[in-house]
Write a protein that binds this ligand. Structure first.
Ligand SMILES: [Mn+2]
Length: 417
């Protein structure tokens, strides 16, 4: 059987279940997924020499990481050539690109420091998402930024956030695509605090100040991302789940952002997606793979990844959920890490789009749990691989051969750095 014959057969099998694979493929091509630039340089950025802080860690020392804007862009280009589907580029503030000899601290960065990224994105027809960088900086005082009791520290980081709103609007205007701007800090404490409310009150006021920076809500979509704990920040996190959710619920235009590495290991973000969609017009996601903690392993085509995609699709949420990848593995080829993670999420979305949810919902509403279980299990052995291959073929990024291309690139480019 040729690949085309295999797909024709799969298409027919899915049609019998009421699934239109062509429609699924066409739909997925329109849905943007944000590609995080920080997989390429192990979350280092360009604006400082110090260590990674904020309770996050990269582990591994695989050769060939990008250390300059040129290298990072070169690597992103390689990755883009291997990925099916529609992409956005996700940047952090510390990827500002300064002219030779120039340095501008984070509270004073301007759109012009991202002009090269805008040119890069426009040439490749990408929208841009953005993140203020509230970590790995000398102005992080005693582990705190926006929630610090020190007025000068708080002021510095509020000004950073406001600068990022202006840069986000610049991205949106230049690319013609709205910019999702995510606020996450690692603020918290290693040991049991004496005051859990004070830092949260300061955090709340600080984020309010940041989002009061004038912006068009159609162009800039500020988000607040929660977290359960970080390394060295085990006892208390200021921006907890309840804090962030409540903040977004009470501030018009502010979206809640759920990172599926930022919850207790038994919590499932897939179940939280419909809960939030019952209340919020739009939400945002960071898609990662936590292994026992927020370890940020490469996203795979695994059960919870599939379940998250299923919830977005069956809640009609593809236009209401802003999807971004957020992981970083420094122990393997980084081009491969990016590619496998992005392709896995695309697979999860396509697989969800090839699911007969209308019929299943009917069975649930009739409380026919027997039939529902049988149907759900039967779908698992359908020839999804043939539909995936067809999608990749139509996008010009075939499943076969991309890994050889990564190995060639490693040999010719990465290992020579
Ligand atoms: Mn995240």
């Amino acid at each position: 059987m040729t690949t085309a014959e295999r797909y024709a057969s799969a298409k027919e099998m899915y049609a019998k279940l009421g699934v239109d694979t062509e429609a699924a493929i066409a739909k997925l091509k329109e849905i943007p997924v944000s590609l995080h630039c920080w997989q390429g340089d192990d979350v280092i950025g360009f604006d400082h020499d110090g260590p990674l802080t904020g309770g996050i860690q990269t582990t591994g020392n695989y050769p060939g990481k990008a250390t300059t804007p040129e290298q990072l862009m070169q690597d992103i280009d390689k990755v883009l050539s291997l990925l099916p589907g529609k992409k956005k580029l996700n940047l952090h503030a510390w990827y500002a690109i300064f002219e030779q000899g120039e340095f501008v601290d984070r509270d004073k960065i301007e759109p012009k420091h991202f002009a090269k990224w805008v040119a890069f994105a426009k040439e490749r027809h990408l929208g841009i998402d953005f993140n203020p960088t509230f970590f790995s900086h000398e102005k992080v005082k005693d582990g705190l930024t926006l929630s610090s009791s020190d007025e000068e520290t708080r002021r510095f980081w509020i000004n950073h956030g406001k600068a990022c709103i202006r840069i986000s609007e610049y991205f949106a205007k230049e690319t013609g695509v709205p910019c999702v701007m995510n606020i996450w800090t690692g603020d918290g404490s290693k040991d049991i605090p004496a005051d859990r409310l004070g830092p949260r009150e300061r955090y709340k006021t600080a984020i309010e100040e940041i989002i009061s920076e004038p912006h068009d809500p159609q162009l800039v979509k500020p988000c607040v991302e929660s977290k359960v704990f970080g390394i060295g920040v085990e006892s208390y996190t200021v921006g907890s789940a309840e804090f962030s959710l409540s903040f977004a619920a009470t501030h018009e235009g502010c979206l809640p952002l759920m990172d599926n590495g930022h919850y207790h290991p038994t919590e499932l973000v897939s179940d939280k997606i419909p809960a939030l969609l019952a209340f919020y017009p739009e939400i945002a996601l960071h898609i990662t793979r936590p292994v026992r903690w927020d370890s940020d392993h490469v996203v795979l085509f695994d059960d919870e990844t599939k379940e998250m995609a299923k919830e977005i699709v069956r809640c009609n949420g593809l236009n209401r959920v802003h999807m971004a990848l957020d992981y970083f593995d420094a122990s393997i080829n980084r081009i491969c890490a990016w590619t496998v993670g992005f392709r896995s999420w695309q697979k999860a979305l396509l697989s969800a789009l090839c699911t007969p949810f209308a019929q299943w919902k009917e069975l649930q509403d009739k409380a026919d749990w027997t039939a529902l279980m049988v149907h759900q299990e039967a779908l698992k052995t359908m020839p999804f691989g043939d539909v995936w291959n067809e999608y990749c073929r139509q996008c010009g990024t075939p499943e076969e051969g991309w890994f050889d291309e990564v190995k060639r690139y490693e040999e010719e480019v990465l290992l020579k750095r």
